[in-house]
Ligand binder design. Structure first.
Ligand SMILES: Cc1cc2nc3c(=O)[nH]c(=O)nc-3n(C[C@H](O)[C@H](O)[C@H](O)COP(=O)(O)OP(=O)(O)OC[C@H]3O[C@@H](n4cnc5c(N)ncnc54)[C@H](O)[C@@H]3O)c2cc1C
Length: 406
C-alpha cells in the first residue's frame, strides 16, 4: 500500500544542493522530506561526488576530502536537524495545483513547496579501459579501466591534481565546454590534445579561434579513442587513437583524459510541468531558484549548465530553501484567508466555487472540517514572482522552447 505523507517542503535529490536545502529547511522547522533516489539516473545517493575521489576545492577541507566521505557528511548533517530521508526515486509529480503531490513507488507526499535538486549526469564514452578500476561497464562485459586513475569528466574539478601537472593530457569533445576545459588544462599540462571525431568544431567562433591559436593545444581531427592504456602503477598512460579518414591507429602518450561531451539533467520525471530549456535544464528566473511554477524551486546542476560545481550547487540549495520558506510564509496565510472567506459556496452542498475561492471542505458529519486544506488552489501562474522577477523571467525564458518529455 502506498504510504501518504505531508510536508511543507519536499526535496528531490541527494547532492550538495538537496542536502543544503534540507539543512536550511530543517533548521527552519519545516520538517522537510528528502527523496535521495535509489540509483536514480544511474547515480548513487549522494550524487555526482560519489563518482570521484579527491575533492580539493570545497571550503572547509584544506587537506581535501574523498567524494564519498563529503556526501556522507552532507547526509548526516541533514539528518541531524530532522530531515526525513527516504532512499526512493521520485517517479512522477503533480505540480498543477497546491498542495503539490510527489510520488515514489512506495509513497505519495503532499507538499506546500517542492525543491528539485536532481542534478545531472556527465556523459562518458565507452571503450576498452574507460571504465572503473576492476569494474564492470555496461552489458556485463568486464573492462578494467582508468576512471579516476587518469580519466575524468570534470577538468575544472580534477585538472589541477599533481598527477596531471606538466604531463600531456587529452580532451574529447568539440563544443564550447570542450574548448574551455582544454584551455583550462593548458595551465597545468605540458600539452593538450583535443580528440574530435569530425574535421571541424561545433564550438563558437571565438572559442575555436582561442583554442586553435593556443600553442599548447594539438587537434586530433576526425579521430576516436579506441582504448585507454595504463602503466605498471595502474594509471592511464596512453590512448589508442584511430584516424577515421585513413584508418591509421596510433598510441598517444597522455596522463589524463577528460570527457567534455555534455551533461544530461535529470528532469524527465517532471513530465514537462515546469519550463525546461532546449537541453532539458529547468529554467529558473535569473538570480533566483524560482521555476515557472510558483512554489516549485530548482537548485544545483539540474538548473545550471554553466558552473556545475559542488559549492555552486550548495549555494543554490540554500537559496531554494530560503525562497521556499518565504513562499510558505507569504502564501500559506493568503491561501488560508482565501479558503476561510465566507462565500455563497459555503452554503452549497456541492461546494461549488464562488469568486474563484474554494469552499471549505465539509467534514464527514456534515459540519465544517476543522482542518481544511487551505492551499488547494489552482496554480495561479507566476503569482509567486515580484514584478521585477517576473519581467526578468519572461525575458530570459520565453523564447526557450519547452522540451517535450515523457
Ligand atoms: C567525476 C566528477 C568529479 C567532480 N569533482 C568535483 C570537485 O572536485 N569539486 C566540485 O565542486 N565539483 C565536482 N564535480 C561536480 C559536482 O559533483 C556537481 O556539480 C554537484 O554534485 C552537483 O550537485 P547537485 O546537488 O546538483 O546534484 P548531483 O550531485 O548531480 O546529485 C543529484 C542526485 O539526485 C538523484 N536523483 C536524480 N533523479 C532523482 C529522482 N527522480 N528521485 C530521487 N533522486 C533523484 C541522483 O541519483 C543524484 O544522486 C564533479 C563531477 C564529476 C562528474
Amino acid at each position: 500500500m502506498v504510504q501518504q505523507l505531508e510536508t511543507p517542503v519536499c526535496i528531490i535529490g541527494s547532492g550538495p544542493a538537496a542536502h543544503t536545502a534540507a539543512i536550511y529547511s530543517a533548521r527552519a522547522e519545516l520538517q522537510p522530506i528528502l527523496f535521495e533516489g535509489w540509483l536514480a539516473n544511474g547515480i548513487a545517493a549522494g550524487g555526482q561526488l560519489t563518482t570521484t575521489t579527491d575533492v580539493e576545492n570545497f571550503p572547509g577541507f584544506p587537506e581535501g576530502i574523498m567524494g564519498g566521505e563529503i556526501t556522507d557528511k552532507f547526509r548526516a548533517q541533514s539528518e541531524k536537524f530532522g530531515t526525513r530521508i527516504f532512499s526512493e526515486t521520485v517517479t512522477k509529480v503533480d505540480l498543477s495545483k497546491r498542495p503539490f503531490r510527489v510520488w515514489t513507488d512506495e509513497k505519495e507526499v503532499t507538499a506546500d513547496t517542492v525543491i528539485i535538486a536532481t542534478g545531472a549526469v556527465a556523459r562518458r564514452l565507452e571503450f576498452l579501459g574507460s571504465g572503473e578500476v576492476n569494474g564492470f561497464w555496461n552489458k556485463g562485459i568486464s573492462v578494467n579501466g582508468f576512471w579516476n586513475k587518469g580519466i575524468s569528466a570534470c577538468a575544472v574539478c580534477d585538472g589541477a591534481a599533481p598527477m596531471f601537472r606538466r604531463k600531456p593530457l587529452a580532451v574529447i569533445g568539440g563544443g564550447d565546454t570542450a574548448m574551455e576545459e582544454a584551455g583550462f588544462l593548458t595551465k597545468y599540462g605540458s600539452k593538450v590534445y583535443i580528440v574530435h571525431r569530425r574535421d571541424e568544431l561545433r564550438a563558437s567562433k571565438i572559442m575555436r579561434k582561442r583554442t586553435l591559436e593556443n600553442p599548447k593545444v594539438e587537434m586530433l581531427w576526425s579521430s576516436v579513442v579506441e582504448e585507454a592504456l595504463g602503466n605498471e602503477r595502474g594509471l592511464l598512460s596512453a590512448l589508442r587513437v584511430k584516424d577515421l579518414k585513413t584508418g591509421a591507429v596510433r598510441d598517444v602518450e597522455v596522463s589524463g583524459l577528460f570527457f567534455a561531451i555534455g551533461h544530461e539533467p535529470a528532469s524527465a520525471f517532471l513530465g514537462g510541468q515546469v519550463k525546461l530549456d532546449a537541453d532539458g535544464y529547468v529554467v529558473t528566473a535569473p538570480g533566483t531558484t524560482e521555476t515557472s511554477v510558483p512554489g516549485v524551486f530548482a537548485a544545483g546542476d539540474v538548473q545550471d549548465k554553466k558552473w556545475r560545481q559542488a559549492i555552486t550547487a550548495a549555494g543554490t540549495g540554500c537559496m531554494a530553501a530560503l525562497q521556499a520558506e518565504h513562499f510558505i510564509t507569504a502564501h500559506g496565510s493568503e491561501d488560508a484567508a482565501a479558503a476561510s472567506a465566507p462565500t455563497e459556496a459555503t452554503a452549497s452542498a456541492n461546494g461549488a466555487l464562488a469568486n474563484g475561492v474554494p469552499a471549505p471542505a465539509l467534514a464527514a458529519d456534515g459540519g465544517m472540517d476543522p482542518h481544511p486544506n487551505p492551499k488547494t488552489v489552482t496554480n495561479p501562474g507566476r503569482g509567486g514572482l515580484s514584478p521585477v522577477e517576473k519581467a526578468a523571467f519572461d525575458e530570459e525564458a520565453d523564447d526557450t522552447p519547452m522540451m517535450a518529455v515523457l
